[in-house]
Design a protein around this ligand. Structure first.
Ligand code: FES
Ligand SMILES: [Fe+2]
Length: 390
């Protein structure tokens, strides 16, 4: 678009920025010390999504999960409660479980170094010393426990002893997803991808649609308002011109004739029975839980996307596709949903890498946020506030 200085008009309720906002310093996206600060202040303090509860279904099932230099051990107890610990022995600090997943022996958690043995609750049951010192009390040497939450069939952990209230980590009330009954859904497909970008680059791209017309031609057709480079009707400063227009270019939602986010716009799965007419009309709902998860609900499938930083310029994205059990039992062809997502998320991954590569230019101290990027401003304010937390 050419830049013209026409008379300023911004209708009431306009959501966009009205001032240029300086973005975060470019070096924050590749500097190793900054990355370490963000691990400590953000990733080690908030709730992190690990996996579906169904992946830790059986008693004694375990999983390890690594973020930064921290390894977390998740265990399903004999009482079926999921518990999390630092994956570290209290003797001299050896890593307890080396595998990423598996089943513990009936004996419990046994350290591979000197065979200290712990219960699934983390209590030290046995050492291998002939006679422990007089003042040695096993109670002082339980595993380092960590908070765990099971929400809608999702397991989340935190490396903070007192993390913020779990629900507060989401941008909408979590009850907004109740109609999808996520805990009853089954994973029909999984994918994982590493992206050569800083984790914040991923989230910033997620938070704007200014890139949609150029980067996502197929998505921009399916969701016509995205083709206008905006997410919501009120992202347009003159939105009142089309306030009563029912064209999805102006209302949001799917193109005429489409009902789901799939290759041909038709559902691939059995529709969720409890969605409202509005849920159907909008075609999608996004729930975001920084820094590690977003969940998307469509009328016949859901996606859980997990983000994990692997390094200052490397991020992992894992996607789980969730369906009603009957969709999978009926062996429906879900490829139209998977393929559509792979195209769109692949485009995002690629453009994030393009963004990352350009950030190193010597004179580029920082970028600027444009009006449509107001959610990025909120994200960057959140990052700054997290970094400033005592
Ligand atoms: S470090 Fe675990 S038993 Fe020695
Ligand atoms: Fe995108």
């Amino acid at each position: 678009m050419t830049i013209t200085r026409s008379a300023v008009r911004r209708d009431p309720g306009y959501l966009g920025l009205t001032r240029s906002i300086a973005a975060l310093p470019a070096s924050d996206y590749f500097d190793a010390a900054q990355y370490a600060r963000e691990l400590t202040q953000i990733w080690y303090r908030n709730w992190l999504y690990v996996c579906r509860s169904s992946e830790l279904r059986e008693a004694r099932a375990f999983r390890t999960f690594t973020v930064g230099n921290q390894s977390i051990l998740l265990v399903r107890g004999e009482d079926h409660v999921a518990r999390a610990f630092h994956n570290t022995c209290r003797h001299r600090g050896a890593a307890l479980c080396q595998a990423t997943e598996g089943r513990l022996p009936p004996a419990g958690i046994v350290c591979p170094y000197h065979a200290w043995r712990y219960s699934l609750r983390g209590d030290l049951l046995q050492t291998t010393s002939k006679q422990p010192a007089d003042d040695f009390d096993p109670k002082d040497h339980s595993l380092y426990g960590l908070p765990v939450t099971e929400w809608n069939g999702c397991l989340l952990v935190s490396l903070a002893q007192q993390p913020p209230a779990f629900e507060k980590g989401f941008d909408l009330p979590i009850s907004r997803l109740d109609a999808w009954r996520m805990d009853t859904l089954t994973v029909g497909h999984r994918s994982r991808k590493t992206i050569a970008c800083n984790w914040k680059v991923f989230w910033e791209n997620y938070n704007e649609c200014l890139h949609c017309p150029g980067v996502h031609p197929r998505l921009a057709q399916l969701v016509p308002i995205f083709g206008r480079a905006i997410l919501e009707p009120k992202d347009d400063p003159s939105w009142q011109d089309h306030a009563t227009d029912q064209d999805p270019r102006y209302t949001g939602g799917l193109r005429d004739g489409a009902t789901s986010w799939t290759m041909d716009g038709n559902p691939v799965g059995v529709p969720f029975p409890d969605l409202t007419a509005d849920d159907h009309k909008s075609g999608h709902i996004y729930l975001t839980g920084l820094p590690s998860i977003f969940v998307v609900g469509h009328m016949d499938y859901m996606r859980i996307v997990r983000i994990l930083p692997l390094g200052p310029e490397l991020t992992e994205m894992s996607i789980e596709f969730l369906f009603l059990p009957e969709t999978l039992a009926q062996r429906r062809d879900i490829s139209g949903a998977v393929e559509f997502t792979q195209i769109v998320m692949g485009e995002d991954a690629q453009i994030c890498e393009v963004n990352q590569r350009g950030l190193h230019a010597l004179p580029h101290e920082r970028g600027v946020l444009m009006p449509e990027e107001y959610v990025i401003q909120q994200f960057q304010d959140w990052v700054r506030a997290e970094l400033a937390r005592p």
